[in-house]
Design a protein around this ligand. Sequence first.
Ligand SMILES: Cc1cc2nc3c(=O)[nH]c(=O)nc-3n(C[C@H](O)[C@H](O)[C@H](O)COP(=O)(O)O)c2cc1C
Length: 158
Amino acid sequence: MGLFRVVYHSRNRLKLETNALADHVANILSVSAARNCDAGVTGGLIYHHTWFIQVLEGEREAVIRKLERISQDPRHTEIAVMDASVVETRRFSSWWMAGAGWQEKEAGLFLPVVGAAGFDPRDLTAGGLIDLVERVVHHRAPSQGRTAWTTRSATTAA
Ligand SMILES: Cc1cc2nc3c(=O)[nH]c(=O)nc-3n(C[C@H](O)[C@H](O)[C@H](O)COP(=O)(O)O)c2cc1C
């Protein structure tokens, strides 16, 4: 089976304060984990008041269909696909869809990737975006327990 990975950034259109935004995205992630499981898609999503960055990986057709559906979602806009490539292995094989929001106290997590100037995904390469999502998701997941959005994928996801 050919594996495919896509990374995009988009503008968040949800005009919500921090806690309400976290609740809303938790809901997106819980739906996503269930849907992605059905489609064999894994990945990570990080969010901020202004931005979403998402990595989707899985069988090519499944990833493209998923991206098409997500692109039509009015909760974000200006979807910019930074890379779409055939890959050898998954980098998010533990999560149907993991997620984490930007928090000031964890700014240090983002710093090595985004630099001191601030968080703007347009400044990053596709590889930098994927590294950032992976770094944040891996850091957060162990402390999140069994919440819906960290629903772990089967170890057999390949
Ligand atoms: C930033 C963002 C990321 C999303 N990621 C996923 C995802 O990984 N998988 C998914 O099934 N839905 C995802 N969704 C939600 C879909 O756009 C859609 O609402 C959901 O799949 C339900 O689709 P349906 O109305 O066709 O049933 C995401 C939405 C947003 C705004």
